[in-house]
Design a protein around this ligand. Structure first.
Ligand code: GLC
Ligand code: CA
Length: 594
């Protein structure tokens, strides 16, 4: 029943390609699909994106100054992790005021400007909604802890201990130690799923729901297009506070995680959000597809975009393992949401890299999750091959998780380092002292240098995002696995009407044969053209092809498959995405010359 990763026990266990210009294709016909269906959302960690005032910490004006970059990259939305006033005990996930901007990041006027500037570039802004807990410095909590009879006492979860020095039950915080902290003044314990500085709100109290829903309205009225919902699985706790069981020596959060009441709140939040045409993106850690399915709601009435962390944490380049995750979300009937890394995970460059072909593998992973049917969520810097820069000494660690479990768990600082903009000092992020150190690799892995190199990871991402936007097979196509038994190559078709694209990915470090019988399909070998590849000599005769180690080959095929698809294939093509008020700006090729 455990659904989110236990940070304490394991914080996630921790060559040059040639590009081919895309044949231009007509824009897909309009439909009634919401904007987010095929969108790419880009996660911005505001402390680390761009520093406009040189205090070493990124800020909102810094983000605004990089919108041209994001537009040219081809993203549809940005999700900004918490930039609200906060003591920064958990770097913003401890909110002390939900309807303001922390001065270190700017002002509400800067925020409004950012939304406006982003809109001009057809980029929507999503905020991070920390629903489960506040900061212990939030006035709500200060009032709550002031006395047992304070107006907001019941906004948080206060209980008597079992006896002197004994918390109410055995629950363990995700950040280590008991999930209960003793308050000497009022002589009760308060509950916190995370850090002691992050007391859990009491969602059984209607006043809490009202206050938090007012927060959502506040941001929707300022033009926010939706929220990423933080830690949605932890909103409710068992009323009777039963002790959690242990399985194989590890506590299972049976009574404080994934309770059915979470879904009641999510349905109400969805209904509120629908009134604003907003989208909800969920931090939905799940163990199986059944759990993930629940977050969509039985009637598409909960989270539109629950992130699939089972896909995100495959953590090994295994075609069968990725295929299994793709098949399970495809056959669930729900809309997939793919992500490979974020601010809580070791960067994908490290997790999938073999130390020799890391750049090639970074392109392979990008091609995998950005060509599948579904919504995609990127993490800043993955598009330039940013790697972890983990601290080597305890005294340098800033993340509370890293300090707590050092050196077993080095914490999350390593994946949160400043964006690498150029080869200038501090990677062009700041003229001050960056809040986290930048890895030496920035001198070649940076935006300015990579933009000039046609074979860079960055130009590969740009080409992929352009394919998604412009090619109807990617914008609206079905997913069909061409060979469910291949142990090394993932090969799938995206088909929309008579537009089809074939994606072949070699997940192994050896050349691998590919033998596809195209007579199964309507098109002939002569009608196949290359859309994008990392192979200098890409195969076009797929009956007798050999894919280079970690190769990406994306082909365009005329005609749609005529053969009956395998059982796992999705049924009718979904209608295409509407770009009506975000008209496509990508008429001319943005690909570098081949
Ligand atoms: C989520 C955030 C993480 C944070 C935690 C507590 O998991 O992504 O960064 O530490 O919630 O708010
Ligand atoms: Ca700053």
């Amino acid at each position: 029943m455990m659904s989110r990763p236990r940070f304490v026990l394991a914080l996630f266990l921790a060559v040059c390609g040639s590009l081919y210009p895309q044949t231009s294709v007509p824009s897909p016909a309009s439909s009634h699909q919401p904007w987010w269906r095929n969108a790419v959302t880009y996660e911005v960690y505001p402390r680390s994106f761009a520093d406009s005032n040189n205090d070493g910490i990124g800020d909102l004006n810094g983000i605004a100054s990089k919108l041209d970059y994001l537009e040219a990259l081809g993203v549809d939305a940005i999700w900004i992790t918490p930039c609200f006033p906060s003591p920064q005990k958990d770097f913003g996930y401890d909110v002390s005021d939900y309807t303001s901007i922390d001065p270190m990041y700017g002002t509400l006027a800067d925020f409004d400007n950012l939304v406006q500037q982003a809109r001009r570039r057809h980029i929507r802004v999503l905020m991070d909604f920390v629903l489960n807990h506040t900061s212990d410095q939030n006035p709500w909590f200060l009032d709550s802890r002031s006395s047992r009879t304070s107006a907001r006492r019941n906004w948080y979860i206060w209980r008597n201990g079992k006896g002197p020095g004994q918390p109410p039950n055995n629950w363990i915080s995700d950040f280590g130690g008991s999930a209960w902290t003793w308050d000497a003044k009022t002589r009760q314990y308060y509950y916190h799923y995370f850090e002691a500085a992050q007391p859990d709100l009491n969602w059984r109290n209607p006043a809490v729901e009202k206050a938090m829903f007012d927060v959502a309205r506040f941001w929707y009225n300022r033009g926010v297009a939706g929220f990423r919902l933080d830690a949605v699985d932890t909103l409710f706790e068992d009323r009777k506070l039963h002790n959690n069981p242990y399985v194989n020596g590890e506590m299972v959060n049976k009574y404080n995680d994934n309770l059915p009441q979470n879904h009641v709140v999510l349905r109400r939040l969805r209904s509120l959000s629908d009134g604003y045409g907003a989208v909800l993106l969920g931090e939905t850690w799940t163990d199986n597809i059944g759990q993930l399915k629940q977050y969509y709601g039985g009637h598409d009435d909960e989270i539109q975009l629950p992130m699939d962390f089972m896909f995100a944490t495959v953590n090994t380049l295994s075609a069968p393992k990725f295929r299994h995750q793709i098949d399970s979300i495809e056959s669930s009937g729900e809309w997939p949401v793919f992500v490979i890394t974020n601010h809580d995970m070791e960067r994908s460059y490290n997790r999938y890299g073999d130390g020799v072909h890391n750049d090639q593998i970074a392109k392979l992973m990008a091609a995998l999750y950005l060509t599948l049917r579904g919504t995609a969520v990127m993490y800043y810097g993955e598009e330039i091959g940013m790697r972890n820069n983990d601290p080597t000494r305890l005294q340098d660690v800033l993340d509370p998780l890293g300090r707590m479990d050092w050196p077993k768990n080095k914490g999350r600082d390593g994946e949160r380092t400043p964006m690498q903009w150029s080869a200038a000092p501090n990677a062009g992020f700041t003229a001050g002292k960056p809040w986290l150190p930048i890895p030496a690799s920035y001198s070649t892995y940076n935006v300015a240098t990579e933009l000039r190199d046609p074979g860079s990871i960055l130009n590969f991402y740009k080409a992929l995002l352009r394919l998604r936007q412009e090619n109807p097979a990617f914008a609206g196509g079905n997913y069909l696995d061409c060979d469910p038994s291949d142990p090394n190559i993932l090969c799938f078709l995206r088909s929309y009407g008579d537009r089809s694209a074939l994606v072949a990915l070699n997940l192994s470090n050896r050349p691998q044969p590919l033998s596809l019988d195209l007579s199964r399909y309507e098109w002939g070998a002569g009608k196949v053209s290359v859309l994008l590849t990392t192979m200098p000599q890409p195969p076009t005769d797929l009956r007798h092809a050999v894919l280079d180690p970690f190769a990406v080959v994306i082909l365009q095929c005329q005609g749609s498959p005529s053969a009956s698809p395998p059982a796992s294939a999705s049924s009718a093509p979904p209608p295409l995405q509407e770009h009506a008020h975000f008209a496509s700006t990508a008429a001319e090729a943005r690909l570098p010359p081949s």
